[in-house]
Design a binder for this molecule. Structure first.
Ligand code: HEC
Length: 234
């Protein structure tokens, strides 16, 4: 081995060691408004803001965080005595299918409760209740694209998604988007509504959970940050 190639090899190993030693840091997510414990009127628009700070990805205040990757879920808990339990559940990491949804482009065309370019995810779950055949059919739609079922707009194909990723995203949507006690929003700022489904006892509370999953080091070993806030409504 020549001296030069030996040197190149040593550098190669050295840079590998440096890459391995580099550690990803967990993002810090904070629901800045509304603050925990406050009481709001039901069915009114309540402004919300979320801040994200990640050592590798950047700061949401400098618009370095992709707004569409920050999610807020609002869940109604009927049993007022379940506060501790609800906080604990809300602090658990997002399901893999939900994280994949956050990292794909779906939210540029779909919202959960209102039509955008594509139909609302709640409408999709109404038309296709959760089942294995619906999961398979819709994953195929997402992969290959779709038109003419909901209107004149076209969903392009998603050649960048693996069939397994499409299946996991669709399965998560079918299992969760139709839950009348939950709402989902994307973005670091917006307006949310506290709603209680018809026929459900109004004596409970709302749990808000904001989350952001970072990009790891070169998209390896991503970490999720979250924040949980509890609200009352009347
Ligand atoms: C560029 C806009 C756009 C993007 C991006 C997009 N969709 Fe769609 N989506 C649409 C439109 C428009 C329709 C309605 C198509 C139709 O009428 O057949 C649709 C329909 C659907 C349907 C229902 C299909 C059916 O057979 O009824 C599902 C499920 C769906 N989208 C999921 C997703 C998921 C998951 C993603 C992200 C991986 C995604 N979409 C990304 C625009 C989009």
């Amino acid at each position: 081995m020549t001296c030069a190639s030996h040197l190149a090899l040593t550098c190669f190993f050295l840079s590998c060691t440096i890459a391995v030693a580099q550690q990803n840091n967990r993002p810090v997510v904070k629901i800045t408004t509304p603050s925990s414990g406050r009481t709001y009127l039901l069915n009114t628009l309540i402004p919300y803001t979320i801040s994200v700070s990640d050592k590798e990805d950047g700061e949401s205040k400098y618009e370095e965080i992709n707004n569409l990757e920050v999610f807020l879920s609002v869940r109604y808990i009927q049993d007022a005595s379940q506060e501790t339990m609800a906080r604990k559940t809300a602090s658990e990491p997002d399901a893999p299918g939900f994280v994949l949804l956050q990292k794909s482009n779906c939210i540029t065309c779909h919202a959960f409760n209102a039509p955008l370019i594509g139909p609302a995810f709640t409408e999709i779950t109404r038309r296709y209740p959760p089942s294995k055949p619906n999961e398979i059919a819709l994953a195929k739609s997402v992969l290959e694209g779709s038109s003419g079922i909901w209107g004149s707009a076209v969903m392009p194909s998603h050649p960048d998604l693996s069939p397994e990723t499409a299946r996991q995203i669709v399965a998560w949507i079918l299992q969760n988007a139709g839950d009348p006690k939950s709402n989902y929003y994307s973005g670091t700022a917006g307006a949310l509504r506290l709603t209680i489904p018809e026929g459900v006892d109004a004596g409970g509370f709302f749990i808000l959970r904001a989350s952001y999953t970072d990009h790891g080091i070169d998209n390896r070993n991503p970490l999720q940050g979250d924040d949980v806030v509890l609200l009352h409504a009347k």
